[in-house]
Design a protein. Structure first.
Ligand SMILES: *[C@@H]1O[C@H](CO)[C@@H](O)[C@H](O)[C@H]1NC(C)=O
Ligand SMILES: *[C@@H]1O[C@H](CO)[C@@H](O)[C@H](O)[C@H]1NC(C)=O
Length: 447
């Protein structure tokens, strides 16, 4: 078992800011040395899929919940936030499906033939096609239901899936797990893309969604029955070293997920390393018992270099920093998430960077984002991880909103944690090392 669950983690720091929600930061201890960056053929293409609607993601649901009480004036999730996702091919039994890849959740699930679709707008049961899943799953000869468990994911925005739990053979990137716990969804309120049949979550076991009993209405964090997600089983069965990596690309080919190593792409030989911090969030209004419910791939960054000025605390030289801002204004804890498009930075940093676009980007309350001239020149922007500044290609800092204007790639995190979304990830090879409990990033510019 390489993955440390919440109960086993030493509490490092407890931040109890006056404003909710609260963050509890745990640092899991490394179980082994860093896995080498072996080039692997256990890869799968990431297919970039544009979507009209929101999707079920703990992270986006969390952001939505939080923005209800936000103080920074952020409105609804901006349109561009939900405009894309990455799909991977995955086999369940002998059937191949496309599923959403999500590092911010942990279940592997598919919608089943004959499932009941609830209309997100009216709340009434409607035709299957309204939920817009891809081809539906039928229980195969290799599926075995686990009695007295139910599967249940519900998000703040109304999207929800529920069903049964069972074991199935699952194959991803050429790696097979014979007895993988999966969710088979028989009721859904969902706005799909007509291609994805479900989702593959690469997150920690604490985010799994199986519950005691057969009545989803009775589920609560107390009745959660945590299980090993797909990647955890690949590790515990000795099929792979405990790393996966993401090389997210610009353009139609969304990039590559590699399991047990790195894809064969050109990247800098220098990796910037940052230990995982499992960030646990107490949703607004929730009682302390639910505090351990959410956790994401979260790391610490040192600061930012914006148009040549440094903001933050450079490694080994904390005082030589003329542009330093107080820690809380830089907000160094960030979540790495491929399911998020933009770069969510502390409001002060986001403000500085957006003002330095030429012409400047302006905060638009209706969009909850900075609107910018599509022809503007972005400032040079680099993220300092472990003393290495990883620059973002200017072309990634202006996001086409498919309206008559563009959106800046940088947005205020408000009360939320920072997020290194695709705007950042397109510029690096990102290695998730669950054995060493750290992330490593190498610059990748020549593509
Ligand atoms: C499970 O689903 C029900 C609706 O059937 C919902 O009210 C409840 O909040 C869900 N529980 C969890 C833990 O997601
Ligand atoms: C990586 O790709 C290059 C160029 O296509 C090829 O020459 C090399 O053999 C590949 N390496 C591995 C380990 O597959």
């Amino acid at each position: 078992m390489y993955i440390v669950t919440a109960a086993a983690l030493p509490l490092l720091a407890l931040e109890t800011a006056a404003s909710q929600p609260h963050y509890t930061i745990y640092k899991p201890t490394a179980k082994q040395a860093a896995s080498p960056h072996v080039i692997t053929t256990n890869t799968v293409n990431l297919e970039r899929q544009l979507i009209k609607n929101s999707r079920t993601s703990f992270l986006s649901a969390f952001r939505k919940r939080q923005e209800v009480k936000g103080t920074s004036g952020t409105a609804n999730l901006i349109a561009v936030e939900n405009s894309q996702e990455f799909l991977v091919a995955v086999e369940f039994g002998k059937q191949t499906f496309k599923a959403i890849l999500d590092t911010g959740s942990s279940d592997s699930w598919l919608a089943e033939k004959g499932f009941q679709c609830t209309d997100l707008d009216t709340g009434f049961v409607t035709s299957e096609s309204t939920c817009m899943f891809g081809p539906l799953y039928s229980k195969s000869a290799t599926f075995n239901q686990i009695p007295d468990l139910n599967f249940n994911i519900s998000c703040g925005d109304g999207e929800a899936v529920a069903g049964i739990v069972g074991y199935e053979q699952v194959t991803l990137a050429g790696i097979n797990v014979i007895n993988q716990e999966i969710g088979v969804v028989d009721t859904a309120a969902w706005a799909g893309d007509e291609t994805a049949s479900g989702l593959i979550g690469l997150g920690f076991p604490s985010l799994t969604s199986a519950f005691k009993g057969t009545n989803p209405a009775a589920d609560s964090p107390d009745t959660q029955v945590e299980y090993n997600p797909l990647f955890t089983n690949m590790i515990t069965e000795g099929k792979v070293t405990p790393v996966f990596s993401l090389a997210i690309s610009r353009g139609a080919n969304g990039g590559t997920l590699a399991i047990g190593g790195v894809p064969n792409i050109t990247h800098s030989p220098n990796f910037a390393t940052s230990p995982f911090q499992i960030l646990q969030v107490q949703p607004v209004g929730a009682s302390p018992e639910t505090q351990t419910q959410l956790s994401f791939y979260s790391i610490t960054i040192q600061g930012f270099q914006i148009a040549g000025d440094y903001f933050g605390q450079p490694v080994g030289n904390p005082s030589a920093n003329p542009s330093a801002m107080p820690d809380e204004l830089v907000r160094e804890q960030v979540i790495v998430d491929s399911g998020t498009t933009l770069l969510y930075l502390a409001d002060s940093i986001s403000g500085v960077a957006n003002e330095l676009f030429d012409p400047p980007a302006f905060y638009d309350f209706e969009q909850g984002a900075y609107v910018v001239d599509c022809q503007a020149t972005p400032p040079s922007l680099g993220v300092d991880i472990d003393g290495q500044i990883l620059f973002i290609n200017p072309q990634d800092l202006i996001v086409d909103s498919s309206e008559s204007y563009c959106i800046s790639g940088i947005v205020d995190a408000g009360q939320g944690p920072g997020i290194l979304g695709d705007v950042f990830l397109k510029n690096v090879l990102a290695v998730f090392d669950l054995g060493a409990s750290e992330m490593r990033f190498a610059a990748r510019e020549d593509y």
